[in-house]
Write a protein that binds this ligand. Structure first.
Ligand code: UDP
Length: 309
């Protein structure tokens, strides 16, 4: 098959592109490199079945030839990125998603939209099931991302209902692994780089907020299974093992032998209190569940960050 990955030079996009090449597909990765990085493509850029296109999806989708599948991942995705790139985030979620869906209709391609657990906002239902409609502040600093992704889901469903487009929607929970940017602001890259420098880890608030972290290879497996499935409704993809941010800091300090401890910093506005995916749908329909234990995934991630220093 000929597969387009938008955001293909990003953290998730590059791992997905690598997996699709390994499965024997022809892969086109499109990225404008505002948060993506060509270095993420290094291990497979020379593969004759791979093409990279540098372009801004908000303006154009300059890929020739018919596509069979489109994984639409393009978007700033870390809280500091989307606060610094508010319009890019809103427009890639709206105009960019529209461009992808129009192309999918033209080519008869199936689309998998990378949506997010942020559609649940600061959730009042725990763990989060797909039927929960969420608790999102529509005008807060995170809204540029949350509402862009909610709009992208609505647009995808409208294309499915009224334009005959085959759409799959992945609601991605916190994911980690090699190729995250050291400075992307997300908690695992932040903690690991601080720990490797021997610095204290910056815990926001009291660190009692929770997250559930999925290793990137597990997520990519979920993407592929979702794309190949008949599931027409959104599907959570994440690891249900939940931990507090304080516990995460202890894990990172222990695995890196960092004696720097932690320092407490103010909690960002609208920071969700807790988050854990209910993955029954992915398990029942896709036969999917995460396989990589947190300690193993974290150890691999730390090793990778060491090579970046
Ligand atoms: N966080 C933290 N210190 C940091 C970066 C993040 O304590 O240096 C916290 C943040 O407040 C949030 C959690 O870690 O509660 C996860 O943050 P991240 O930005 O990774 O993703 P989010 O789940 O908020 O989108």
């Amino acid at each position: 098959m000929r597969v387009l990955v938008t955001g293909g030079a990003g953290f998730l996009g590059s791992h997905l592109a690598e997996r699709l090449l390994a499965d024997g597909h022809e892969v086109v990765a499109l990225d404008n490199l505002i948060t993506g990085d060509r270095a993420n493509l290094a291990s497979f850029a020379a593969n004759p079945r791979f093409t990279f296109v540098e372009a801004n999806l908000i303006e154009e989708l300059p890929v020739d030839g018919p596509l069979d599948q489109i994984y639409h991942l393009a978007s700033p995705a870390s809280p500091i990125d989307y606060v610094e790139l508010p319009f890019e985030t809103l427009y890639v979620g709206s105009d960019g998603t529209r461009r992808v869906l129009e192309r999918a209709v033209d080519d008869g391609a199936r689309v998998m939209l990378a949506s997010t657990s942020e559609v649940y906002g600061d959730p009042l239902v725990h763990p989060q099931v797909e039927d929960y409609w969420g608790n999102v502040n529509p005008i807060g600093p995170r809204s540029v991302y949350d509402e862009a992704k909610r709009f992208a889901e609505a647009l995808s469903m409208a294309f499915a209902r009224y334009r005959g487009c085959e759409v799959r929607i992945a609601r991605i929970f916190n994911t980690y692994g090699p190729r995250m940017r050291t400075n992307d602001g997300r908690v695992i890259p932040a903690f690991v780089s601080q720990a490797l420098a021997g610095h204290p880890l910056t815990v926001f608030g009291a660190g009692s907020q929770t997250r559930s972290f999925c290793f990137v290879s597990d997520l990519v497996e979920g993407f592929v299974r979702l794309m190949e499935s008949d599931l027409e409704h959104p599907c959570n993809l994440g690891n249900p093992v939940e931990q507090t941010i304080r516990t995460l800091a202890e894990h990172v300090n222990r695995l890196t032998n960092n004696a720097g401890g932690v320092v407490y910093r103010p909690l960002p506005e609208d920071d969700p209190t807790r988050r854990r995916p209910d993955i029954r749908r992915a398990n029942e329909v896709l036969g999917w569940k995460p396989m990589v234990a947190f300690e193993d995934g974290l150890a691999q991630t730390i090793e990778w960050f060491r090579t970046q220093a």
